[in-house]
Design a protein around this ligand. Structure first.
Ligand code: ARG
Ligand code: ZN
Length: 471
């Protein structure tokens, strides 16, 4: 899906125009808008919770990231080559990048002017870009990257560890290590070339292409060919034990495990192929050609993230966390958000996947899990705000989004019956595969597949504050 740009029109060059054309024409040009005027790409993608996330006026189809990281000095050098297309005439556009020093910036091989303003890297190419024009931005940069703190207080982005870095980006952190159009509205393919000291590994998304060691430095290459949102990119560095194999379905698995977590992680990671197989049965075909896990030892992080194809864990995960992050590959990664407000489409679904897995593997039924949550008193946090309207970026990873979001799906299942419910899940993953979805689209799809009016159910479970009456 294309990025929707919010255009801000400025009338640049008007004076010059007045000097060379008749006054009547000049007046016309001055009011003609984007065709004749200069346009600047918006500084945000229009997200109400993260107004500066993403940008307007272009779409990135590919990122080529070449990184060199030295864990001892925590120094990073980077080169990012973005292949993009203008969705409006642009005299200026923004990228998102926080910290680091820019050592060079070109647009189509011409040196471009730039300035930094908060997380915005404001680029003025030598020549204006035409609407529809393909262009290439090359940014070289270096410095000591560090994390940002999310509105919920957790660390996000490039998070140094004792042997490398835990690299995660939801919702904001991608901009701490590469210049990006940092909003899930814009999805792109990626190539990574990452150099680290010999003995360390650099693990990114997608298919492992190989490594080469020279002069005590090892370069790892990775390719993420299916479209990916910037927040799902990783370039995690550390001392890792590596395991590689191909599943029966032909998925290329690459697991990287911190040796300190290896004993605890082994029995859970062994289940990855069967978890993916089960999820493929329930949700439809696995959406990527690669899979795996990064199990780091990062005690200051406190969460796992569904980095595309290869979720990252801050410590050895338990089985339900593995099921959760794997389910995100369908719900959140393949089917992406267009607004962070819709986060329950990621977290409610991944949580409900845990309930279904348990139900079908000898654990509690989803009904039992639902009942346990429903028993919580009206004053419990669970009922504090509606899953589909959490109200701010600080609430997007809260209990109402995860648990009540899953409860909403369970209510849907109860209302439409199992057969229809599973058909809805597969239709959602299938029809929006490698794309985007909104809550409104999900509601319409559920009504279409079930032939039922589900307004009241969604209103109660997704949009209302407080504990709903007994269903
Ligand atoms: N999406 C992750 C999960 O539930 C959680 C990420 C939390 N990130 C944060 N900045 N709090 O699997
Ligand atoms: Zn999740």
């Amino acid at each position: 899906m294309r990025q929707q740009s919010t255009r801000r029109v400025t009338v640049l060059g008007r004076k010059a125009v007045v000097g060379v054309v008749p006054v009547a024409v000049a007046a016309l040009l001055a009011t003609a808008g984007p065709a004749s005027a200069g346009t600047t790409g918006a500084s945000g993608a229009g997200d109400p919770y993260f107004p500066f996330a993403g940008n307007g006026g272009y779409h990135v189809s590919h990122y080529g990231l070449t990184l060199d990281y030295d864990p001892a000095s925590r120094h990073l050098t980077g080169k990012a080559v973005l292949t993009a297309r203008a969705t409006a005439r642009l005299t200026r556009f923004d990228l998102d990048l926080k910290g680091l020093k820019i050592t060079g910036l070109t647009v189509d091989r011409h040196k471009a002017a730039f300035r930094r303003s908060g997380q915005e890297l404001v680029v003025t190419p030598r020549h204006a870009l035409r609407e529809g024009q393909a262009f290439r931005v090359t940014v070289t940069y270096s410095g000591t990257p560090g994390p940002v703190t999310d509105p919920d207080g957790s660390l996000d982005g490039w998070i140094p560890t004792d042997d490398g870095a835990f690299v995660a980006g939801e919702p904001q952190g991608a901009m701490t290590w590469f210049p990006a159009d940092n909003h899930p509205k814009d999805k792109s393919s990626y190539d990574f070339t990452i150099t680290v000291p010999e003995g360390r590994a650099a693990v990114a998304n997608g298919v492992y292409l190989g490594r080469r060691t020279a002069h005590g430095r090892t370069t790892y290459r990775w390719r993420q060919s299916e479209p990916m949102a910037a927040y799902l990119a990783t370039a995690t560095v550390g001392k890792f034990k590596v395991e590689q194999y191909t599943t029966r379905d032909g998925i290329k698995v690459y697991n990287a495990v911190d040796p300190r977590e290896a004993a605890a992680a082994a029995p859970v990671l062994k289940k990855l192929p069967s978890v993916l197989e089960w999820e493929s049965k329930v949700f439809g075909p696995y959406p990527f050609r690669a899979a795996g896990a990064i199990v780091d030892h990062a005690p200051n992080v406190g969460y796992a993230l569904e980095t595309q194809t290869r979720p990252i864990y801050d410590a050895a995960p338990d089985l339900s966390t593995l099921v959760h992050e794997s389910a995100h590959q369908w719900f959140g990664d393949s089917v992406s958000l267009t607004s962070w407000k819709d986060i329950w489409l990621n977290e409610g679904f991944a949580t409900y996947a845990e309930w279904l897995y348990s139900e079908q593997h000898g654990g509690d039924s989803a009904q039992k899990t639902f009942d346990g949550l429903y028993a919580r008193p009206a004053g419990d946090d669970l009922w504090a705000y509606p899953p589909a309207d959490p109200g701010s970026g600080a609430n997007i990873f809260g209990t109402p989004v995860y648990a009540r979001g899953a409860m909403a799906l369970h209510e849907l299942r109860t209302a439409v019956g199992d057969r229809t419910f599973y058909r809805i899940l597969r239709a959602w993953a299938g029809e929006h595969r490698a794309g985007h979805g909104t809550t409104a689209q999900f509601e319409r799809l559920a009504e279409r597949e079930s032939g039922k009016n589900l307004d009241k159910l969604f209103k109660t479970w997704l949009y209302s504050t407080g504990k709903p009456n007994r269903p």
